[in-house]
Design a protein around this ligand. Structure first.
Ligand SMILES: NC(=O)c1ccc[n+]([C@@H]2O[C@H](COP(=O)([O-])OP(=O)(O)OC[C@H]3O[C@@H](n4cnc5c(N)ncnc54)[C@H](OP(=O)(O)O)[C@@H]3O)[C@@H](O)[C@H]2O)c1
Length: 234
């Protein structure tokens, strides 16, 4: 049975990925900074947990130590948005945003490289904003863009372990529920901004992750999962 660690697996897309991976026969470990949330999710789907905070290298190192017998795949959904314009940038929040998407995954590679099986892979999460600059999306855009380079360069560094990224458009993952009634407006605006005329569902992402885990001839790539949003001109 292949073993997969899903960092961010306690909620939203990470939880959906963890749930499907159990269903598809993987041994799933949910990595999260909130261990109680991870344990609740793990008990529900039949997984185990490990505490990982992408902002804290010691937790990454300690988690890797738990996998001395080997691991096949790592998925990281970590994200720490700082959605402000340049004049409002907060240094610590800026660093946290880069740590969740860029520095943290590189430190995961550092500590997990010795235990990742050669046939295994890492899947990181970028996002369409990296290619579609907008009001207040400076940090999200730059960090998502950087993830493409992390995947490309880590793939060369860790070869033959494959490293890829998924760049979703707006997905109704549960993360937008915090917007309350405004969520509907965001989703319909996003749907109108695609070529396919709809927003993303969690299953769109989960299907792509599961495919990528098995896509043994794909490495160093960013898969754009956004209904052609980058190609829509008007
Ligand atoms: N949903 C979308 O529309 C969309 C669009 C484009 C890109 N994406 C990307 O897809 C990924 C998943 O998004 P999502 O929709 O599932 O919602 P999300 O709220 O962005 O999920 C982020 C996940 O990262 C975890 N996380 C944050 N900081 C962490 C840290 N320091 N250490 C460990 N885990 C940490 C969160 O766990 P906590 O519970 O501990 O905060 C949560 O599970 C993100 O990278 C996001 O940027 C999503």
């Amino acid at each position: 049975m292949e073993r997969i660690l899903v960092i961010g697996g306690a909620r939203a897309l990470g939880a959906a990925i963890a749930r499907r991976a159990v269903k598809d026969g993987y041994e799933v470990v949910i990595g999260a900074r909130d261990l109680a949330a991870a344990e609740a999710q793990a008990a529900e789907i039949g997984a185990t947990t490990v505490r990982i905070d992408l902002q804290d290298e010691a937790t990454i190192a300690a988690a890797a130590g738990r996998f001395a017998e080997g691991i096949d795949h790592i998925v990281s959904t970590g994200s720490a948005p700082h959605d402000v314009r340049a004049v409002e940038l907060d240094h610590d929040k800026l660093v946290a945003a880069f740590t969740a998407k860029v520095i943290g995954p590189m430190l995961v590679a550092k500590h997990f490289a010795p235990v990742l099986r050669p046939s295994g892979s890492i899947v990181l999460f970028s996002g369409v904003v990296g290619w579609r600059p907008g009001w207040g999306s400076l940090v999200k855009g730059v960090t998502n863009g950087a993830v493409e380079y992390v995947a490309r360069h880590l793939a060369a560094d860790l070869a033959p372990v494959r490293v890829n990224a998924i760049s979703p458009g707006v997905v109704d993952s549960g993360a937008w529920d915090r917007l309350g009634d405004s969520k509907v407006g965001l989703l319909s605006k996003s749907a109108a901004g695609t070529l396919v005329g709809r927003y993303g569902e969690s299953d769109d992402v989960v299907d792509t992750v599961m495919w990528l885990l098995r896509a043994g001839f794909i490495s160093g790539e960013t898969i754009h999962l956004e209904g052609g949003a980058r190609h829509k001109t008007s």
